[in-house]
Design a protein around this ligand. Sequence first.
Ligand code: GTP
Length: 402
Amino acid sequence: MFKFWKKKPKPEETPVPATLATQTSLAEALSAAADNAQLSEIATLPEAGAVASAPAEFAAVEPAAPAAVEPVPAAVTPPPLPPLEEETPPAAETSAPARRSWRERLSGSAFARSLGTLFSRKPKLDEDLLEELETALITADVGISASTELVESLRKRLNRREFADADQLLAALRQALIALVQPIAQPLVMATQHKPFVVLMVGVNGVGKTTTIGKLARRYQQQGLDVMLAAGDTFRAAAVEQLKTWGERNRVPVVSQGSGSDAASVIFDALQSARSKNLDLLIADTAGRLHTQTGLMDELGKIRRVLGKIDAGAPHEVLLVIDGTTGQNAINQVRQFRAAIGVTGLVVTKLDGTAKGGVIFALAKEFGLPVRFVGLGESLDDLREFDATAFVDGLLPGAIGA
Ligand SMILES: Nc1nc2c(ncn2[C@@H]2O[C@H](COP(=O)(O)OP(=O)(O)OP(=O)(O)O)[C@@H](O)[C@H]2O)c(=O)[nH]1
């Protein structure tokens, strides 16, 4: 039987309802062979780096673990922080009305702009409108398959004279878009029999893995969970530092070794440490990698095998982080990471700003994988649980379902 996470609200914080615990199953079969799409970045080579030493209190608890666990002494003066160390707590926990709306965040996307332009000129209900709409959807990364299907269903309804004007067609489009992404709007839930529940973050370079880990850690910490981070991005010294600094500021222990060390070993040590301390949640970072980097993709399989020695089900959630500006390469990335390690959920970042906005529809059509979170900006508050209706309404022109 599943239970609720035991909530431990801090006195100074507004408690957040505990999450109903159910287990997310791991990703299923391997997907079709990769297409030849080129991804945009190449991982940097490992850098030499000093191995951080374990503070005495942690060394005493786990003498065998080579990794450094770095809790934060109260008096530490923190160094300057990278972007994710924003101090403002997520507005969801404090003042929901203050946080920016989905529409505000998504209005700059190509999707919102082109549909806004199209429907603001009160177009006639004809084939030209449907063609323009299809072009706008494809251009906004919705993908050919989903765009064609959406427009075809509108065409049928138009031919049956179901729409009196373009606004009615737009309302029908809204419903169809929500129906497409509603099934993938599945929040991350954690089964309490996994203690700690292990989340592994994977993805190509620069998509926002490390940043998202900081935001997630803060979110769950504020829900009363005891969180630990594993600095498994051992290729990028800055990523290790970023996590450690964030952990210091937020009193979240971070397990790390020197850059260039074995990621599986770091995450293994972290899981052992989190278990021995009876923590609730371990979130592990990994280095950005491409499907062409066979050794690195194999490393993900090794991480799973090694963790399985401690807990056969770990990692319990593999979150693939996708950059929302990536376009149709996102499809290829999902295929490759599913094949390498299995993916149980997606985080789609950077949907604010210059994103085209439509890639989530393409992903929904192609894979139906749960989208756990979306990134609508760089602040802590901008990592939101994926809400299908809020997302679609944020993309579509004003009057419809806002
Ligand atoms: N605008 C915007 N920027 C974001 C979002 N999420 C992350 N970023 C930024 O993306 C950049 C890369 O983020 P990282 O967290 O370092 O990415 P990473 O995947 O860990 O990178 P590698 O370690 O190189 O693989 C940072 O500048 C983040 O602030 C988002 O939702 N919106």
